[in-house]
Design a protein around this ligand. Structure first.
Ligand code: SF4
Ligand code: MG
Length: 334
């Protein structure tokens, strides 16, 4: 194992500590892996993404430790960086792509200008940088000259999102964090961008952290997956461990909500109820109000994330029972 990012007890609080939106989460991201981080909207997954870059929106307060291990052997303590150090770190080491390219591009600036400004702001060689930008755009099946010479509104949603991915890679970061980068696009475009990311990841030895509510989407790409519920990771494992052998009732419900990758959307069965709001997280296991296996123990004791197999952790008192009694129909062929 060779972690590139080590997150230990990351916590984000609002209101002076009464409300939290990330609850003491710990997770390693391995160098050159594709990590899928899956959760419903409002589960804390975007907070986790922002935490990696110490960019939690005000007035949130982030504590814990986030270590980044650079290629050259340096270890960077992310939460101890100065503003200037962070500014460099955010493009050159860990870069981030958000949902909605529309709002990421300045509508009054050509796409090419965004690339140049980004290179200048990081004292990079603009000619060399633009050369690399063209290469990246081509890797993403875009016509470099046309895209660079356009305003973002002149491009389709899928083209904008690909241009944004190219921009996020122009300073050659090691890690790319993507928060629902394809959620605004149609299914076909989502899948094709995922394939492109798969190629880019290999070409440039990238580490990808892909954050999504769409579990089947990410199973096509991920080496490992972590499932977040109510501001905590409830399960972490390899793709195959999660798909075939999940121990957490929530993971199993998510899998069953989406019978297989090719199923029509109409066949998906959303799981009952909603994740809790930050002010309203249940005592004990926070999933107990929605869990078919909940017992007294679940109501009173919060289960820790523990090893159930090698490299596979689950936070559930009854994971063995879950495996036996919650039958998976995920992946059954049509
Ligand atoms: Fe369900 Fe209990 Fe496991 Fe929580 S700890 S997921 S309530 S069985
Ligand atoms: Mg979110």
């Amino acid at each position: 194992e060779d972690p590139i990012v080590e997150v230990t007890d990351a916590k984000v609080t609002f209101d002076g500590g009464d409300t939290y939106v990330l609850d003491d989460v710990s997770l390693d991201i391995e160098r050159d892996e594709v990590l899928g981080i899956v959760g419903e909207s409002g589960s804390g997954k975007s907070m986790f993404a922002s935490a990696l870059l110490d960019s939690i929106p005000d007035p949130g307060v982030l504590s814990g430790e986030i270590l980044y291990h650079a290629e050259d052997g340096r270890t960077i303590d992310v939460l101890e960086q100065s503003d200037e150090e962070l500014r460099q770190f955010r493009w050159e080491e860990i870069s981030m792509v958000f949902q909605g390219a529309m709002s990421s591009f300045n509508p009054t600036m050509k796409v090419g200008t965004h690339f140049k400004e980004t290179l200048k702001a990081h004292d990079a060689n603009v000619d060399e940088g633009m050369e690399f930008a063209r290469e990246l755009l081509e890797d993403l099946y875009l016509e470099p000259e046309r895209v660079l010479d356009s305003y973002s509104h002149e491009l389709s949603g899928g083209m904008q999102q690909r241009a944004l991915i190219a921009l996020s890679l122009v300073l050659e970061p090691e890690v790319l964090v993507m928060d629902e980068p394809t959620a605004a696009l149609d299914l076909l475009m989502q899948r094709s961008i995922l394939m492109l990311l798969n190629d880019l990841q290999k070409t440039y030895d990238l580490t990808l952290a892909f954050i999504t509510h769409d579990l089947p989407l990410i199973t096509a790409l991920a080496d490992r997956m972590s499932i977040i519920y109510a501001f905590q990771f409830v399960e972490v494992g390899t793709r195959d461990q999660i798909i075939a052998d999940a121990g957490h009732p929530y993971t199993r419900a998510l899998l069953n909500a989406t019978p297989n990758l090719d199923a029509p959307l109409s066949e998906m069965q959303p799981i009952e109820g909603e994740g809790p709001a930050p002010v309203n997280v249940p005592e004990g296991c926070s999933f107990h109000p929605r869990c078919p296996l909940a017992t007294e123990e679940c109501v009173s004791d919060d289960p820790p994330l523990e090893n159930i197999d090698e490299d596979h952790q689950t936070a559930c008192h009854h994971w063995e029972q879950a495996r036996e009694e919650i039958t998976l129909n995920y992946g059954e062929s049509t």
